[in-house]
Design a protein around this ligand. Sequence first.
Ligand SMILES: NC(=O)c1ccc[n+]([C@@H]2O[C@H](COP(=O)([O-])OP(=O)(O)OC[C@H]3O[C@@H](n4cnc5c(N)ncnc54)[C@H](O)[C@@H]3O)[C@@H](O)[C@H]2O)c1
Ligand SMILES: O=P(O)(O)OC[C@H]1O[C@H](O[C@H]2[C@H](O)[C@@H](O)[C@@H](O)O[C@@H]2CO)[C@H](O)[C@@H](O)[C@@H]1O
Ligand SMILES: [Mn+2]
Length: 441
Amino acid sequence: MKKQRIVIAGGGSTYTPGIVAMLADNMERFPIAEIKLYDDLAERQEPIGAACEILLREKNPDIQFSYTTDPEEAFTNVDFCMAHIRVGLYAMREQDEKIPLKHGVVGQETCGPGGIAYGMRSIPGVLEILDYLETYSPDAWMLNYSNPAAIVAEATRRLRPDSKIINICDMPIAIESIFADILGLPSRKDLVVRYYGLNHFGWWTSVTDQAGNNLMPRLQEFVAKDGYAFETEDFQHKHPSWQATFKKAKDVYALDPKTLPNTYLKYYLYPDYEVAHSNPNFTRANEVMATREKDVFNLSREIIAKGTAVGTSFHAGAHATFIIDLACAIAFNTKERMLLIVPNNGAIENFGKDAMVEVPCLVGNQGPEPLTMGTIPTFQKGLMEQQVAVEKLVVEAYIEGSYQKLWQAMTLSKTVPSASVAQAILDDLIEANREFWPELS
Ligand SMILES: NC(=O)c1ccc[n+]([C@@H]2O[C@H](COP(=O)([O-])OP(=O)(O)OC[C@H]3O[C@@H](n4cnc5c(N)ncnc54)[C@H](O)[C@@H]3O)[C@@H](O)[C@H]2O)c1
Ligand SMILES: O=P(O)(O)OC[C@H]1O[C@H](O[C@H]2[C@H](O)[C@@H](O)[C@@H](O)O[C@@H]2CO)[C@H](O)[C@@H](O)[C@@H]1O
Ligand SMILES: [Mn+2]
């Protein structure tokens, strides 16, 4: 098995140490020669890089390790770029969440006006990394978690159609882990699913075991009563906001009891409820800064101070496993069945070919081969048509520098009640994003 060389872009991300630790623990199925971290912010990356260096030296000194802010050094001679950047950091996430809320609209990282604002910031950041990778390692694959994945995926489809990028999300697999727990199965990998939608906007239509036995009725019975409120492996899902999200899946499910919904649909289907239950002065960004960010950086500093990572551990859950599974599938042609964000091209029969959709794919060394999910019902199709139009308008607005199109995108979002509210939010977001967005006219 060829030893792989990896660059993690967004080296200072709270998710980086978990992925590094998981890579070091998966050498048998995914052997590694080198891990490099890359970030455009040296101070942010420094503690994470220094802690990972100690951790790897103790876990596996054969893995070459370095961290840098120099793109040529980072992207030269690698097989994979695992990317998770956040352009504007949590400070801008806070703005994405608080500005819409000030206008009585859902304030969320990837949905509604907040997601649109984040999309306008992420597009150039992700394209820059993709271009570095294509320049310095033209055969490498970019596996991209950077959000908002739906908008980023549409932007890379439009602007870099031939590039080797796969956009991914860990929400469905986190929910599938909950399915496995509800069913008393050891792992989500014991399940075979059919699912369709856009990113953070989809539905399961079938869940079976490996023998083909239908497990939907047992899941539906649970979700009808409790949503996805079941003890989960991911530590941040114990936070009050995630607990509320998992409970709310019950009401989302009620709209179409034939399927099982993605948790994020609550922002589109119950926006009034979400606003009423949000604290405009303390949003999820504040919760994350006070918990995950603080914990990861404190632990990094502790490891550096002690000079050892023995007796400590960074959280590495489904998020880390999923991206390593994907790299493995490509590197070693495993043909694993995975949910990915890909061009539709008929996978959903009655939906636009040029939409970026989230569907199961078989993954091998040529990339993902989407499976056909057939024809979807009017309710889902209507919702998806509206949402995909929002995502396409954002990308058009970015490309053309068009105020008009960004206003249309905000107005079309199901989370926004009117064009006038959309415009007021947009004008505030333009002000907050001066440093990041292209000039709009
Ligand atoms: N797709 C998914 O399902 C999924 C799941 C979890 C996290 N995420 C995403 O992963 C990303 C990281 O999340 P986090 O909470 O760890 O954020 P974070 O702020 O802790 O880390 C992001 C890092 O990216 C760096 N960065 C920003 N712009 C950059 C650029 N242009 N080039 C290089 N580095 C850059 C920052 O300096 C920072 O160190 C976010 O986009 C988040 O939304 C996605
Ligand atoms: O509010 P955050 O920053 O905690 O999470 C936002 C992200 O939520 C989803 O990812 C979950 C994932 O489902 C879970 O398995 C675990 O890894 O935690 C992640 C973070 O909570 C979502 O898929 C991402 O797109 C969001 O960025
Ligand atoms: Mn996601």
